[in-house]
Design a protein around this ligand. Sequence first.
Ligand SMILES: C[S@@+](CC[C@H](N)C(=O)[O-])C[C@H]1O[C@@H](n2cnc3c(N)ncnc32)[C@H](O)[C@@H]1O
Length: 419
Amino acid sequence: MYQVIRNTKYDYIGQSYASLYPNLHKYPATMLPQIGIDILKEFDATKGSLLDPYCGSGSSFASGLECGLTKMQGFDVNPLAVLISKVKFTKIPISELIEKKQTFRSNVFEFLKNENNLSKLLHPQITNIDFWFSQDVINKLIIIKHFIDEIKNINVRNFFLVPFSEVVRECSYARNNEFKLFRIKSDELLNFNPDVVSVYLKKWNDIFLIYSNFYFPKIKNDSNINVQCAQFQFQNESFDVVLTSPPYGDSRTTVAYGQFSTLSNEWLGISFARKIDRMLMGGVKSKSNIVHGVIADSISQISKVDNNRALEVSSFYKDLDISIINVANSVRKGGKVMYIVGNRTVKNIKLPTDQFVAERFEAYGFKHIVTYERVLSNKVMPSKNSPTNKAGKAVNTMLYERIVVCEKRHMVKLNICTP
Ligand SMILES: C[S@@+](CC[C@H](N)C(=O)[O-])C[C@H]1O[C@@H](n2cnc3c(N)ncnc32)[C@H](O)[C@@H]1O
């Protein structure tokens, strides 16, 4: 058992994400950048290069920037997450954004003067488009997207896509206060007539203010923050520190990152938008249960109640293990890994993810340094989730998070696996 220390310093009661780096775009289960800043400083990991193999909307880069790190790499299989992270941490000339916004605005209004113009534009491939959007919303989104696509500079274009993605969700019939994709009630549909262009322009302004005040000034000229839409693959001893908050479990029964992003990703032209949840860790059910190590006992208990759930849980931890092998091999000797994890409950059985992470890293040449427990008071995620997956049956699945810190002591010859 790896010792766990309750550390109130990491609770940040009363602080929100917005108090340091307001988000440019909603994203589920974001990490508080304050955690990253304090843990990097506490363990003197403020030099060299940082990796986040599950970077989401990029909070670990915000932490890294605050600590003076300039070289950072991130990976995520969700294209929406990659878009948000890229825009936050790319230095885009402010004057160019303002200038393009003016051209964009006049182009859109000019275009709207003639209804026949719309027939000339390409219509996107959106699954069940009429179920999720009114015809007027579809038309306006097509026009906005057309003029965004005309922007030549990819960084500027990406910036314009961030408010576009927010507007796709907000102007759709999807319920806005949920991560999963549910349609609003039919009696609400009739009164839902958003003015898409105005909503877009307002969003653009809001996002521009956040970007220009909170992100742009902090990105140094020598900052090199590279974000890729992919699973992390082994890179020989390239990183000095890994700071990450992996998912708590498979997407289907925890946070549905893919589902949350589906409509946006489809409008962004992502062909695999509807397959993302299956591509995330634990997305494909394992054929056998894990029978060794600290997680085996919990899985065995779950299998006695429901073997299918045990196989799903096993699949998540097998994927996490493969990912840890890739990460372990990619860290330099003396380098540190910092994983912020949640120990979720399945079928009323607690899954010791923090112990699993520490155990796997120790197996791959690391030494467990510390595990801190903090109150999970700031993460934007459903606080209640039914472990039985029965509607109406909700119990708290997680109230605390754990920060696991390990240090690389020696090289272990490991077979590199492709997830
Ligand atoms: C808890 S979120 C990270 C949130 C992030 N720290 C932030 O503040 O936005 C976990 C992320 O892992 C991503 N993910 C899940 N499985 C993955 C995999 N196999 N490879 C890369 N990313 C993955 C999800 O898309 C999600 O964005």
